[in-house]
Design a binder for this molecule. Structure first.
Ligand code: C5P
Length: 227
């Protein structure tokens, strides 16, 4: 699998399965987030895996260490390829998340959410974070120091994250827009720009899933990034 694209299935079960069946596991991985997971449950992950997809379970765990330990273990049991936790849950929570995978020979990757890519400087100021980029770097460092495989961040922050945490530290970047689209994502780049910045995986939702022809939109993105 060489494609860096992860398609976010933020839709209902029927639509998500139809999208998955119209794509091919060679073109992309699939992301199951809280909307799809809470509406249909673990079954959707199992069905996507049986279609041959590697699944990123995006439930952004953020709870006391013991609860996150259990949630990570349950995710691993589902056979997911990647899962995530909020880094702001702290070092002890992150260590518990990692420890939950100790018994697996082929464990899922765990990445940490730095700061949601929908938040602007003004938004983070409202929740008491005064310096967005400094906070992203601090959180990335905390994730790295406590054993996470990488982070979820804006594609604009990737170069700095790689500088602070090393080039092998995985960066998963939502906030990708093939052309300028006016929606709730604010810290955005195009797929090509994101890869040029060093992003390892590009999470793309609505530009593909809400396009009149999702397969064609995905094929166009793969063409743009020369895959
Ligand atoms: O539709 P769009 O391309 O904006 O989808 C982005 C996806 O990435 C959504 O599923 C969203 O939940 C997720 N995400 C994000 N920002 C993060 C982490 C995940 O946008 N920091």
């Amino acid at each position: 699998m060489t494609s860096p694209i992860i398609i976010a299935l933020d839709a209902n079960y029927e639509r998500s399965m139809n999208l998955a069946k119209s794509f091919d596991p060679k073109m992309c991985r699939l992301k199951v987030g809280s909307q799809l997971f809470t509406s249909i449950g673990p079954r959707v992950v199992e069905e996507l895996c049986s279609l041959g997809y590697e699944v990123f379970l995006d439930l952004k765990f953020h709870d006391i260490p013991n609860t996150v330990f259990g949630a990570v273990k349950s995710s691993a049991e589902l056979g997911v390829w990647m899962l995530n936790v909020h880094i702001s849950g702290g070092s002890n929570m992150i260590k518990h998340a990692k420890r939950a995978l100790d018994t697996y020979t082929n464990p899922p990757l765990i990445v940490g959410v730095t700061i949601l890519t929908s938040l602007s400087d003004k938004d983070v100021d409202e929740i008491g974070i005064t310096n967005l980029s400094k906070s992203v770097m601090n959180l990335s460092r905390l994730a790295k120091d406590n054993g996470l495989d990488g982070v979820v961040s804006s594609p604009r922050e990737v170069a700095d994250i790689k500088k602070h945490c090393g080039k092998d530290f995985i960066t998963v970047t939502p906030g990708i827009r093939p052309t300028s689209i006016d929606d709730d994502q604010t810290r955005i780049l195009t797929p090509k720009e994101a890869l040029d910045n060093g992003s390892d995986y590009l999470v793309i939702g609505r530009p593909v899933t809400e396009s009149p022809n999702p397969l064609k939109s995905l094929e166009q993105i793969l063409k743009d990034i020369e895959i």
